[in-house]
Design a protein around this ligand. Structure first.
Ligand SMILES: [Ca+2]
Ligand SMILES: [Ca+2]
Ligand SMILES: [Ca+2]
Length: 525
């Protein structure tokens, strides 16, 4: 007796013989579907007495460095049936179909021993309104001399069609083509814009995001995927998150926001405003940890995701500004970011909203002309000290700026472009021109005092504001400590402990970024 040992399947469904040798399917048809010429598609009404439809592979020899890749579309533009679970599950069996397991198990916050947070290999129509490629490295559990795979839909109505195309199961390609190509018998066929043996970006990618979500048009110019969310005005959704409209996630199915791939080699941080739940009855509160929002990055086109931050839902019951330094591993020529809510209780539950997302690269220094300070909201980063002309438009007055000649350029060696205050013993000050500020604006700068680690409060730098053309000055933020009586400085419901905007030698011996949300009383005029 002889047996054919399958260890590679590669199908574009143009050859029916290949298909029938590799796959067995129930209620599926090899036919054109949703702009693809040949596919394996599942359509039609459920037949009486049968509630499932599926496709199953032959038994295959699967080992280390095997991969599974396919294209999936669900509904092809038609909305899924409400209130039934029409998801398609991708499973494997190593005992001839006796028992089946998900190829990828869910790994969510709160679950023990998760190395990274991932969605399971269960596909919801909201993510597959058009053809999408999925690439999965095959886990150790799936290795055997006789592994089968199946795609299965347990429940469906007439409109819950789906189709598969371009199935590949076999040896992995180099770096999984970085998630930007098809793996074809071990070789990458790169997507447009990517090239080389392992599909690197052919030309440099954009390196910044500034998104204020003021209109639905143009959203997809900045974001690759907005699933389960839409731009809403302040009187809808969860209310004002930062300013004006926000991106509000409330729908059934997947809820995620994914950026395009960015060149983040010189990016430093990501910041945004987030709210989970809201004050109005229609915007209700998440009630478990998995219903919070995760911020993740991917260096391989979305195949795997590393964590930047978990936004725990109870921390965001009010709109909150957050700022995260990017981890070193997320700084590559091709990195994307996603905000993902792993679980929620369905359409109209556990809503969240995001606003004013900024990812900024050193390569794209910007300056907000003071003549037109209402341009990009709350954005105010790194005046271009390289260009003296720009300085003049920012600063009304500089006192003792520069260094004495013999020490010039010697301040804290690695400062290619900075404003240095080192002349004389008199006041050393930088005063901006008048700015129109609104609540929610942020102020950011990098600071270095003395370039030494010895603490001293005797030569602190104060950050102050004036509402009366410079006659009187007050700290942008007063300190707020336990037991402090100065209640005026402790605004907000949280009455959280807070440092004043006073910066002392020793705390700022290396260049340190300071980010301040402009308090309401400072923004008001
Ligand atoms: Ca095809
Ligand atoms: Ca906005
Ligand atoms: Ca819930």
């Amino acid at each position: 007796m002889t047996s054919v040992l399958f260890n590679t399947i590669s199908l574009d469904f143009s050859n029916v013989l290949d298909v029938t040798q590799s796959l067995g399917f129930y209620l599926g048809h090899v036919q054109p579907y949703c702009q693809h010429d040949w596919t394996l598609s599942f359509s039609g009404e459920p037949s009486p007495g049968s509630s499932i439809r599926y496709v199953e592979t032959q038994s295959m020899q699967i080992g280390a460095s095997y991969t599974l890749q396919f294209s999936l579309v669900m509904g092809c533009g038609r909305d899924p049936s409400p209130h039934i679970d029409t998801q398609v599950r991708l499973e494997f069996s190593t005992n001839h179909g006796l028992t089946w397991h998900l190829v990828k198990e869910a790994c969510l916050p709160g679950m023990p021993s998760c190395s990274e947070f991932t969605a399971p290999s269960v596909y919801h129509p909201s993510e597959f309104t058009d053809w999408r490629r999925i690439t999965l490295p095959l886990p150790h559990r799936a290795w055997s001399s006789a592994t089968r795979f199946r795609w299965i839909q347990n429940y469906y109505g007439e409109q819950d069609e789906w189709a598969l195309d371009d199935i590949y199961i076999g040896q992995q390609c180099l770096q999984m083509c970085h998630g930007h190509g098809w793996c074809d018998h071990g070789h990458c066929r790169c997507d447009p814009g990517f090239s080389g043996l392992d599909c690197q970006a052919s030309s440099p990618l954009s390196s910044s995001i500034l998104s204020d979500f003021e209109s639905q048009d143009g959203l997809l110019a900045v974001w690759q995927e907005v699933i389960g969310g839409e731009v809403v005005t302040p009187d809808m959704g969860c209310g004002v998150v930062s300013s004006g409209s926000s991106l509000y996630f409330s729908k059934a199915g997947l809820r995620q926001l994914v950026s395009y791939d960015l060149d983040t080699e010189w990016a430093e941080f990501v910041q945004f405003y987030l709210r989970v739940g809201g004050d109005w009855v229609q915007c209700n509160m998440a009630d478990s940890r998995e219903e919070g929002v995760l911020l993740q990055y991917s260096n391989d086109g979305g195949i795997s995701w590393g964590l930047i931050a978990e936004m725990y839902f109870t921390d965001f019951t009010k709109p909150r500004f957050v700022h995260y330094e990017l981890p070193q591993a997320s700084k590559t020529p091709c990195t994307r970011f996603r905000w993902w809510q792993p679980l929620h209780s369905g359409d109209g539950y556990d809503q969240w909203a995001i606003d004013d997302v900024i990812i900024l690269s050193e390569r794209e220094k910007h300056i907000i002309p003071m003549a037109n300070p209402t341009m990009p909201q709350n954005f105010y980063e790194k005046p271009a000290f390289d260009y003296p002309l720009n300085q003049m438009s920012v600063w009304l007055m500089l006192g003792n700026e520069g260094m004495e000649k013999e020490r010039n350029g010697s301040f804290c060696a690695p400062t290619p472009s900075a404003m240095v205050f080192g002349r004389s013993d008199g006041d050393r000050v930088a005063v901006t021109r008048d700015l129109v500020l609104r609540p929610g604006y942020t102020l950011q700068f990098k600071l270095n005092i003395g370039c030494e680690s010895q603490f001293s409060a005797s030569a602190s730098v104060l950050l102050q504001y004036s509402h009366d053309a410079g006659r009187t000055w007050a700290l942008v933020k007063e300190g707020c400590y336990l037991g402090s009586s100065g209640a005026g400085g402790c605004e907000g419901s949280g009455r959280e402990l807070r440092e004043p905007t006073v910066y002392a030698t020793g705390d700022y011996e290396s260049w340190t970024r300071v980010t301040i949300v402009i308090p309401r009383n400072v923004a008001a005029r």
